[in-house]
Each structure stands twice: as structure tokens, then as C-alpha cells.
Design a binder for this molecule. Structure first.
Ligand code: GLY
Length: 354
């Protein structure tokens, strides 16, 4: 096991990579019975390993990440007579942890909480760093708070029940971390691609641990995203636009196929091409990124038209007037954030995606 920490403005957070859900009782405050919030899938798969305590469940899928779900959970906490001494344990992927972190942060103006992170995407990204919240209207993560969980348990054994598409979704965020910060990690993924897809224990341990190391370091420098943390949005400006367009696809299989990591993969290819256009990356660099993503069963070709992407991107919550912070790659392993106009980004999108 490896432990990382983030010393957030509202408290210290420990992220334990390689720890097991079975040891959860040693992380819960002594003498406190936690309220567990999870989803039906996770409860069905791992409910027998949960600690004692009431279990509240939510549905699955991005569409339940709403204020209505939050209100429902808050009412259930009231019915359970929870008070300031309560502890809330979120067990699930990024949707569960985003919602639980928000609920715990606003219930009675904040109660203690921790996570057991069950998906690769949430272990390497969503559950780490203290961003909690829900979507509102068409806007992703529009309402929320920065607040660090007391702990995040990244149990690698729980990844074994994930659909293969979900493994690829998580690998997209790991590739992102390598591209923005760590050329050695990039080479490691390239050399261990199949082992990563097969969840080989040592490989996945290194990938999750290196990602958490990168993310916790960046968050420690800039918890509230006023500078360095923006780099973590590499591939996300166009990626979020693609994700919004994908959300119209309604059946469950299509939603996994259209998951966050897959959208980020397309966003990273677009951002790499934009970096090339700006003279930062070579064609060889772009080809290397594309080949790696393809090899991880991630999409690299957009099937939306330029005007659809431009429209969806204009609704990004990070929009600041007519400009935005766009994350480029200066070289493989190093990101650069530049404030550019929407007009410049839209010209780029039009030039590449007819
Ligand atoms: N997923 C990007 C961040 O946590 O800042």
C-alpha cells in the first residue's frame, strides 16, 4: 500500500492506494457508526463487505447527479437523526463520491466523510482532490464545493468487476496525468498497455499510485484551481463538449461506451492537434498520443460536426466571458495553460473537424 496526502484548507486527506475495503473499520472514527451511501450495483457486489451502519442507495449514471438526489439524501439523513457527530462513508465510483462529498459538506454545514473508491476513473481522478458537486441543467459539476474527504481507499481488487470499457475510461485519465506531468509514466503505459487493460496487479498499482501522486501534488499547490490545477483539465474543454453531446444517448450500454474517459480521449487528441498547430508538438508526438489511446481501446476520431462541438463547448462552466483557459502540451510530459479567446478555439475546431 502507498499513502498520499492532501493538506486542504478544511483539513487533511489521506489517499490509500492498494488498501482493502475489508479494513474500512480502522479508518472510521472510533465509536461512530457510519452512514453508508452507495449505488445499487456496488451494494449488490460488495454489500457483504460494508461496515455496520445504515445504507442509503442512489441510482446509477450521470443523470442522477442532480440537486434532487442531494435533497433526497439530506432528507434521509434527517430521518436517521444524523447530527454533527455523524460520519458519512461514500462507497462507489465518481458519481457516488461527487454526490456524497457534496451532501456531507452541506448537511448541518458539514459533517465528516470518507470514500471507498470503486472505479478506476474515480481512483485516479474523481475521488481525489476534494471537488464535490452535481450537475445543473446542461452544466456539468455546476454546483458544488471544494472539501477534502478524510480518507480515500483505492481498493484495486474492486476494479475486477468493472466492464472493460470502464477500465479504458480510467486509463484515459492516467494517460492525461502522464501527458501533462510525467514522460516516464507515459513510456511505462506504452510498454505495459496490455497488462494495464488486463488489470495486472503490479501494473495497475503503479498506474493508480503515480496518478494519485501527480494529482495530490497538483491539488496541494492549488486546491481551488486558480493556476496549476487547471492543467488537470487537459483534454476536458472539448472532452466535456463531447460528453454533453453523448449524454443524449440514453441506453446504459451506450452511456458506458460514451463515458467520461472516452470523451476525454477525444478531447486530448483535439488538444494535442491544437498544440501542434501552435508549434508546440510535432506530428510524431501527436501520432504517439493517438496510437496509445487507440491501443487502450479509446476513441480518437470525433463523430460530431464542428458546429455541434462549438455550441456544446460554449456552455462550459469554466467560461470567463469571451475567453477560456485552454491546456496545451508544450512537449510530452509538460502542460502549458494559455488564456485564449473562444474565437481562436472555435477557428481551430472548424479547421480540424469539418
Ligand atoms: N478532474 C480535474 C480536477 O480534479 O481538478
Amino acid at each position: 500500500m502507498k499513502t498520499f496526502q492532501v493538506n486542504g484548507q478544511q483539513g487533511l486527506s489521506y489517499i490509500h492506494v492498494g488498501e482493502s475495503l475489508s479494513n474500512i473499520n480502522s479508518y472510521i472514527p472510533p465509536g461512530v457508526t457510519p452512514v453508508i451511501i452507495t449505488d445499487e450495483n456496488i451494494k449488490g457486489l460488495y454489500g457483504n463487505k460494508f461496515p455496520d451502519g445504515p445504507v442509503l442507495t442512489i441510482g446509477t449514471g450521470e443523470k442522477i447527479k442532480t440537486l434532487a438526489t442531494v435533497e433526497n439524501l439530506l432528507k434521509q439523513l434527517i430521518s436517521l437523526y444524523c447530527d454533527r457527530g455523524s460520519f458519512i462513508l461514500g462507497i462507489g465510483g465518481g458519481i457516488v463520491t461527487d454526490i456524497v462529498g457534496f451532501v456531507a459538506s452541506i448537511f448541518l454545514r458539514g459533517v465528516r466523510f470518507g470514500f471507498v473508491s470503486t472505479s478506476l476513473l474515480s481512483q485516479v481522478d474523481a475521488s481525489v482532490g476534494g471537488k464535490n458537486g452535481v450537475n445543473l441543467s446542461a452544466f456539468k459539476n455546476m454546483v458544488g464545493v471544494f472539501n477534502q474527504p478524510e480518507f480515500v481507499i483505492c481498493d484495486l481488487d474492486l476494479l475486477k468487476t468493472l466492464p472493460k470499457a470502464e477500465i479504458s475510461n480510467g486509463l484515459a485519465e492516467i494517460v492525461k496525468h502522464s501527458l501533462i506531468c510525467d514522460a516516464d509514466l507515459l513510456a511505462f503505459i506504452e510498454n505495459n498497455r496490455q497488462k494495464a487493460l488486463d488489470l495486472d496487479r503490479d501494473t495497475i498499482f503503479r498506474l493508480v499510485a503515480d496518478s494519485v501522486a501527480i494529482k495530490s501534488r497538483v491539488v496541494q499547490q492549488d486546491e481551488k484551481e486558480s493556476g496549476e490545477r487547471r492543467k488537470l483539465n487537459f483534454g476536458h474543454t472539448i472532452g466535456h463538449a463531447v460528453e454533453k453531446l453523448n449524454q443524449d444517448k440514453s441506453n446504459k450500454e451506450q452511456q458506458v461506451q460514451a463515458g467520461h474517459g472516452r470523451a476525454v480521449s477525444l478531447g486530448m487528441v483535439a488538444a494535442a492537434l491544437f498544440s501542434q498547430k501552435k508549434g508546440m508538438l510535432s506530428q510524431k508526438d501527436v501520432d504517439r498520443i493517438t496510437a496509445l489511446l487507440k491501443g487502450l481501446n479509446l476513441p480518437v476520431e470525433l463523430d460530431y460536426k464542428a458546429d455541434q462541438i462549438i455550441k456544446a463547448a460554449s456552455r462550459d462552466k469554466k467560461k470567463q466571458g469571451s475567453s477560456l483557459y485552454f491546456v496545451f502540451l508544450e512537449c510530452l510530459g509538460k502542460a502549458r495553460v494559455e488564456k485564449i479567446s473562444y474565437a481562436e478555439m472555435n477557428d481551430f475546431i472548424t479547421s480540424v473537424f469539418t
